[in-house]
Design a protein around this ligand. Sequence first.
Ligand code: SF4
Length: 277
Amino acid sequence: MNLPPQFQFSQSSLQDFVDCPRRFYYRYVLDLQYPAPQSAPLQDFELHMQQGEQFHRLAQQAIIKIDPAAIEETIDDDRVFGWWQNFRASGLVGLPDKQRCPEITLSVPLAGRRLVAKYDLIALGEDRAVIVDWKTALKPPRRDTLERRLQTIIYPYVLVKAGAHLNDGQPIPPENVSMMYWFTEFPDQPQVFSYSAAKFAEDGAYLERLAADLLARSDETAFPLTDEVYKCKFCTYRSLDQRGVKAGDFRDQADDEPEQAPGVLGVSLDQIAEIEF
Ligand code: SF4
């Protein structure tokens, strides 16, 4: 398959493959930039993406100990200000503080390529490591939706495999790892997932199988369109595939729909990185 030499696996690319192989093909094999809006109303959607990006920046600044008053002075948006207040009240409560690494990227080998994870925050203590992901969801996501996400599988896996340098050179045991989604709109409803050696082994085998399956596919016909047509509503390629012209409204996105718009899970760090490209 003609993947660009610089292609790296990530939670976004593998999630695309799982959600719709054709979407993966368009985005990563053809590098097809399609101009359709991903979600509607376009202005609200873009504003939400910008608000999410700004929130991530503020949270990072807080963690590297920039004066909160100085941070606050830069906020000119009411929604972001509300998120910031929620973050100040509970965003970091209970997290280990021996070392806090915001906006850090780790990678591991996978099927001859690299698998990259971009973390909002890894908080380390003596005997635990918490992966924190901030989400600007407009609805509280269901736990089972989050549990199925490639992000929930990949982030702990990569930390265990590649996080020793954050832990005085010692590998971080899977049992010491957990992953927390913290929601700017729902600060009292974080979702925490614990980890284990058995899950680590299971996830590693799954990721190897998934990547091998993907790399074994040869041409466009091996990347079929999804049968789950609802996934097309928030996909930029929907008119190309004649799966609708009008973008779905990200505010109405249902819990079991993919994270193509920030309605359910909000803006994540790797989406921001993609926006910046
Ligand atoms: S429009 Fe639908 S079938 Fe086409 S790439 Fe997007 S999700 Fe897949």
